[in-house]
Design a protein around this ligand. Structure first.
Ligand code: PCA
Length: 325
């Protein structure tokens, strides 16, 4: 039995080593469309690493979920199927509630606050990922999350029974608490889901609605600014361990630059894409006061639920964030 385990471990290590030494070429799956700013930042990061390491490591991005759909990317990196990739970590809240720290409604609702919340959470998230054989390189926020509907909605009561596209546990829970019917769908698939009536609403950024041309099916975007979730770029820790110190420094430098330019691009993209939704024919504007008040009450419930699920470490993140206010 011991021999078998040893053999399996050796085989697994060989598999990881061969990914690393392919050297060389690092395929980087990304879930969102090539035109999205996250993918553009990923491509810049890839070029930075390829140039900076003098070609020792060539990073090749695969946007649009073409190599792995979003939900599979984290596992693919962990298991060495790919050396590196990008994932919306809040999609893995069922694995560890801490991954949902960036999707708590109305906790951090501006870019500045989202940055503070990330600063408060970074050491914990870095450690949780390290325990899963993942080395965190950088994280970039999505623009603020608002609500998309086919028909006009002025209160939570108007949402009852509407089919709602969710992208993580928090968005499914939001649907439940507003009386909607959640169905989880990858961003790459939403145009079709809306066109075929599988869903008639979602919470997301103007950016994703713009990328997927949702004005072809939906008519209203309410700027709720509920939270700003992040995409995270991670590398397999065995692969990372095999990178020379000099190249690790280059990659860390490229990652720092990507986080900075990504945040800047996200801010720029916010207004640009909201205008894009308008140009597509959608009504874009703030939600009614009643709707905002009702959603904020749901936010309190969800904050409490998250704090309960995330335990002391979760509470420490929120406390550290509130101390920065
Ligand atoms: N777009 C992604 C996640 C958050 C966002 O703004 C999506 O809708 O899948």
């Amino acid at each position: 039995m011991k021999t078998l385990t040893g053999l399996l471990t050796a085989t697994a290590l060989t598999a990881v080593a061969s990914v690393a030494s392919a050297g060389d070429k690092w395929d980087m799956p990304m879930a969102y469309s090539a035109s999205n700013f996250h993918s553009a930042v990923g491509a810049e990061f890839a070029a930075c690493v390829t140039t900076g390491t003098g070609g020792d490591i060539e990073v090749v991005t695969h946007p649009g979920g073409s190599l792995f759909p979003g939900a599979q990317i984290k596992r693919a990196i962990q298991t060495g199927q790919v050396p590196i990739g990008e994932r919306l970590l809040s999609g893995h809240q069922n694995e560890n509630a801490l991954f949902g720290f960036d999707s708590i409604p109305f906790l951090a609702t501006s870019f500045d606050d989202a940055d503070k919340l990330w600063e408060a959470a970074r050491p914990t998230i870095t450690q949780v990922l390290a325990d899963q054989n993942l080395t965190l390189l950088y994280a970039v926020p999505w623009p603020p999350q608002g609500l998309y509907f086919k028909n006009e909605v002025t209160s939570v009561a108007d949402m009852a029974g509407i089919k709602f596209r969710s992208y993580n546990n928090a968005t499914s829970r939001l649907a439940e608490l507003t009386g909607m019917l959640p169905v989880t769908i990858e961003a790459a698939e939403i145009s079709q889901a809306f066109a075929t009536g599988v869903a008639d609403s979602m919470v997301s950024s103007g950016s994703t609605g713009y990328d997927r041309k949702v004005w072809e099916s939906l008519n209203y975007f309410y700027e709720v600014d509920a939270w700003l979730p992040r995409n995270y770029v991670m590398v397999n820790s065995d692969v990372w361990g095999g990178v020379s110190e000099a190249n690790q420094n280059v990659i860390r430098g490229c990652a720092g630059l990507a986080e900075y330019t990504g945040t800047w691009r996200s801010k720029e993209y916010t207004g640009f894409t909201l205008q894009g939704l308008r140009d597509g024919g959608m009504t874009v504007g703030p939600a009614s006061n009643q709707m905002v008040d009702e959603l904020k009450a749901i936010g309190v419930t969800m904050t409490n639920e998250w704090l309960e699920a995330a335990g002391d470490e979760g509470k420490a993140i929120v406390d550290a964030f509130l101390a920065m206010q």
